[in-house]
Design a protein around this ligand. Structure first.
Ligand SMILES: Cc1cc2nc3c(=O)[nH]c(=O)nc-3n(C[C@H](O)[C@H](O)[C@H](O)COP(=O)(O)OP(=O)(O)OC[C@H]3O[C@@H](n4cnc5c(N)ncnc54)[C@H](O)[C@@H]3O)c2cc1C
Length: 302
């Protein structure tokens, strides 16, 4: 089957949107990356199941993504199918002190819902531009807390297409990691276990956290957040700044002057520029501090 046949065939099977040759620049917060052969934007669980099954049957690679805020897609793009679980699959429900959110719901929206319902525990996540699926898979966190502190359970699809309910202990949460990627799970929904609190106090904590972000992060540029994970007991940003990397630039990719662990796209950056800058940063930090920085971002495509 060629791309047109696959698009037509999938179009008959799923309710959501299907786009061929879709530029990943439109779907990643860094605004870089070549085209995805085929992108599926599911509008229900069945769309996710069918797409996964279709990819297996046709022997096509499947890349799962959420809001694209932690992904660097190479300039050659992504072969096969990109399953972007986002706005079509984003319901949020509150029952008692538990919030259940579909994988495509945005964490800032879940956090506002929690505040309105007088539920505390999610304030740390207020400004993380993640989908629920991406946040759980990456164990996203800030201000000393992370998803591991609030996730109660997750409904997912296994690699062979079966449904699975994962308790917190089954998700293998670690610093900015979980076992979701290594086990090839697709997150469908997540339950967050929160506590009763005062809506106004929660809103105000959210605002303070958002303000801290505005002050410390270059939010005026396309970025993917922190590029490197903090090595144990150290701050990647401090190491990068003190290795003299702030302001270093390749093409339109530049180490932010505001936060050294962010690489900003000044307009026309290519994935290649960002990857070269990453190599230079790693070399300089290794030379000066003998520390091997590890990527927090996920690199995809060819
Ligand atoms: C301005 C800015 C600030 C940021 N601040 C923070 C911060 O404070 N703390 C922090 O931790 N991160 C931060 N990030 C990084 C990013 O927001 C997080 O890593 C987030 O968890 C990524 O979520 P996403 O939905 O965008 O995932 P994507 O980037 O789309 O994907 C990331 C990974 O998750 C997997 N994934 C996504 N959805 C699913 C799913 N449904 N099932 C299975 N796997 C899935 C993908 O396969 C991929 O491996 C920031 C990014 C930006 C741009």
């Amino acid at each position: 089957m060629d791309l047109q046949d696959i698009t037509q065939c999938l179009g008959k099977l799923v309710q959501g949107e299907i786009i061929s040759q879709e530029s990943m620049k439109k779907h990643t917060s860094w605004q870089v990356g070549g085209p995805a052969d085929i992108m599926v934007l599911p509008s229900c669980i069945e769309d996710i199941r069918i797409t996964r099954q279709f990819a297996v049957e046709q022997g096509l690679p499947l890349t799962v993504m959420g809001n694209g805020s932690n992904m660097l897609v190479r300039d050659g793009g992504i072969r096969g199918i990109v399953l972007k679980i986002s706005r079509g699959f984003n319901e949020i429900k509150v029952k008692g002190t538990v919030i259940t959110a579909e994988a495509g719901a945005l964490i800032p929206n879940v956090s506002v819902r929690a505040a309105r319902a007088g539920l505390t525990g999610m304030e740390f996540a207020a400004g993380i531009p993640a989908s629920v699926g991406g946040a759980v898979a990456m164990n996203a966190g800030a201000h000393g807390k992370s998803m591991a502190d609030i996730v109660l359970r997750v409904a997912a699809l296994t690699g062979d297409g079966n449904d699975i309910l994962l308790g917190k202990e089954d998700i293998g949460f670690n610093y900015r990691k979980s076992c979701i990627a290594s086990k090839n799970f697709v997150i469908l929904t997540a339950d967050f276990d929160l506590k009763r609190g005062e809506p106004e106090e929660i809103m105000s904590a959210n605002k303070i956290n958002l303000e801290k972000r505005r002050r410390s992060q270059p939010l005026e540029y396309p970025t993917a957040g922190s590029v490197f994970a903090n090595p144990p007991g150290q701050w990647a940003g401090w190491l990068i700044e003190n290795a003299g990397c702030k302001g270093m630039r390749i093409g339109d990719a530049m180490v932010s002057e505001k936060h050294a662990n962010f690489i900003v796209n000044l307009g026309m950056a290519k994935a290649e520029d960002i990857l070269e800058l990453i190599t230079r940063i790693k070399n300089l930090v290794m030379q000066k501090y003998n520390v091997e920085l590890e990527l927090e971002i996920r690199v995809a495509g060819e």
